[in-house]
Ligand binder design. Sequence first.
Ligand SMILES: NC(=O)c1ccc[n+]([C@@H]2O[C@H](COP(=O)([O-])OP(=O)(O)OC[C@H]3O[C@@H](n4cnc5c(N)ncnc54)[C@H](O)[C@@H]3O)[C@@H](O)[C@H]2O)c1
Length: 270
Amino acid sequence: MGNKLSGKVAVVTGGNRGIGRAIAERLAAEEAVVVVGDVSGEPTTSKSSASELIFLQLDVTNQESVRSFVDKVLQRFGKIDILVNNAGIVVHKSIDEQTVEDWDRMMAVNLRGPFLMAKYVAPEMRRTGSGAIVNIGSVEAFMVNPWHTAYAASKAGVHGLTLGLAVDLGPDGIRCNTVCPGWIDTDLNRAYVEMHPDRSLIERELGQLHPVGRIGCPKEVANAVLWLASEESSFVSGEMIAVDGARTRKISLPPILDEEYRAKLSKLTV
Ligand SMILES: NC(=O)c1ccc[n+]([C@@H]2O[C@H](COP(=O)([O-])OP(=O)(O)OC[C@H]3O[C@@H](n4cnc5c(N)ncnc54)[C@H](O)[C@@H]3O)[C@@H](O)[C@H]2O)c1
């Protein structure tokens, strides 16, 4: 597709499916060597003329697993230029139903994971004098769906981590940014739609929450990640970039404020 990442080595956590998979394929399409680390999936390698996509086992919550994963990437490729912290989980529970174990698990995957990955990858980026870290946060760090207390707290933490890494690692030539997806069609939230008794109704209503009229797809998140990972964003660091079809830019009004009412309002001068 292009050669924006020719000669670069990229790591994508949670890249076995969904948004992570789309990111891994997008970076590989720009000629990066991409190593996907995931708790699920089998070790594989696929090679095209200019790029390589490799899968290695990784549990981002486990310090030893992270250390050994980074060592394997370095032994094989000698450097890491791009780190995409994508692995994440969500639990839909009210504060009363949520257990301490649910909370700890969510924090471990969504927040401890990106911290551990950055901790072990940053020294290697510092050694080469450059690097780009792209975290996958969420619009739920700004606005929250019901039953997502722990998820929102973990993603707000990712945004804080992004600011800290951008400030601390900037002098070493390392940039850190976060892409904040809105509602993206993946396994993570597909059950939400599939369990509803009227699937077409919920799909339509979800689309209408977005000024662009639809939910997003993983490739659209991957395109934003590519930009932040590439030299095209060389002066951008410490930013949270929403990819959400303007959902979080729209203030809700009661549905009774329909077209007829709006027409009356437009004649009003106060
Ligand atoms: N789908 C959305 O609407 C949406 C919206 C906002 C943010 N996000 C974020 O995007 C990221 C990807 O979400 P998705 O929808 O593709 O989810 P997904 O469930 O389809 O994929 C998540 C991947 O992470 C892997 N993973 C889970 N725990 C792991 C661990 N401990 N170590 C390594 N890998 C692990 C899973 O095996 C899976 O392959 C997540 O961080 C999620 O919070 C998603």
